[in-house]
Design a protein around this ligand. Structure first.
Ligand code: GLV
Ligand code: GLV
Length: 327
């Protein structure tokens, strides 16, 4: 009997093709994530699951997986929707897709940074509203990237890719990382500093850490209050790293000039969020990795991880490899 798997959304056909004839596959055809009850009903009978970050795979859910369940393959780099400890305790490897989305996410962080700094969305909105104010010395004046200081919080793959781009824009770079590798300072032209120092000096701050107990709420009333007055905050990482109320207060008080967010807590953003009415806030619906080739590569790696896991082999990219130890 070939293994039974469930794919929680229709992903690239080219990737799904790899599974044909090798597994008994069901694909959730909805435009959004499958309802919780759907996952609950299926998990006891599955050998593997191909998940997205919209699937709440907490400890309770993982406990429902049947005795043959042997791989959880997520099509994302982040796995914060998955209780990794619960998966590890059951010896279930969790696959993810790092690397292939690095450059696209860095591009998007720069797109948000540029758009917020130079008021691209505001300008577009004015023109569409029929307001084209004649060229004027003080119309929609934003912040200078050139010569400005960018603070990068988290210096993994994506943070480093942002640094390379920002060099090209003539920015000075400060970096905060929990495990700074000082060898990188010369090669990226950066300087590692503490978080308070970074916040105090940076005209722009871009977040590139994983969501973890250490980073949840990292940007709160206290830390936002340490930011340079008039700074711009960009978040393409995970919503809960920034406390929404504290962010709102920092924007209202003028402490922050603008914020650009690809992620929010919760997602989708509540329709009554005051941030939606603020002209200096840009919000996009978690699309930093949404580039054609990247999404195909992510799907293919997710399928590869799934097949490796079903065969009992080490995954190409495993988020809980350390916890599982040597095979
Ligand atoms: C997207 O947010 C991802 O983790 O891949
Ligand atoms: C702007 O369009 C300029 O010519 O300065």
């Amino acid at each position: 009997d070939s293994p039974r798997i469930f794919v929680t959304r229709r992903i690239a056909a080219q990737a799904l093709k790899q599974l044909e004839g090798r597994v008994q596959m069901e694909v959730w055809e909805g435009s959004g994530p499958p309802p919780r009850a759907e996952l609950e009903a299926r998990l006891p009978h599955l050998d593997g699951l191909l998940s997205l970050l919209t699937d709440p795979l907490n400890a309770e859910m993982i406990a429902l997986a049947g005795p043959n369940f042997r791989v959880l393959s997520q099509m994302a780099v982040g796995t914060d929707n998955i209780d990794l400890a619960a998966a590890s305790a059951r010896r279930i490897p969790v696959g993810h897709t790092p690397g292939v989305l690095t450059e696209a996410c860095a591009d998007f962080a720069m797109a948000l940074l540029l758009a917020a700094a130079r008021r691209v969305v505001e300008g577009d909105r004015e023109v569409r509203a029929g307001i084209w104010r004649p060229w004027g010395p003080d119309i929609l004046v934003g912040k200078d990237l050139y010569g400005g200081t960018l603070g990068i919080v988290g210096f993994g793959r994506i943070g480093q890719a942002v640094a390379r781009r920002a060099q090209g824009f003539g920015m000075r770079l400060l970096v905060h990382d929990l495990n700074p590798d000082t060898h990188l300072e010369k090669c990226f032209g950066i300087q590692f500093v503490s978080l308070p120092e970074l916040l105090r000096q940076s005209d722009f701050v871009s977040i590139h850490v994983y969501l973890s107990p250490q980073t949840r709420g990292m940007f709160n009333a206290e830390t936002l209050g340490q930011m340079k007055p008039g700074a711009v905050l960009v978040n393409t990482a995970r919503g809960p790293i920034v406390e929404p109320q504290a962010l709102q207060a920092a924007l209202e008080s003028g402490r922050l000039a603008a914020a650009a967010l690809d992620v929010f807590d919760p997602e989708p953003i509540p329709a009554d969020s005051p941030l939606l009415a603020m002209p200096n806030v840009i919000i996009t619906p978690h699309i930093a990795s949404a580039a054609g080739q990247v999404r195909l590569n992510m799907a293919q790696i997710a399928v590869e991880n799934l097949l490796l896991g079903l065969a009992g082999q080490p995954l190409r990219f495993c988020a809980n490899a350390a916890a599982l130890g040597p095979a």
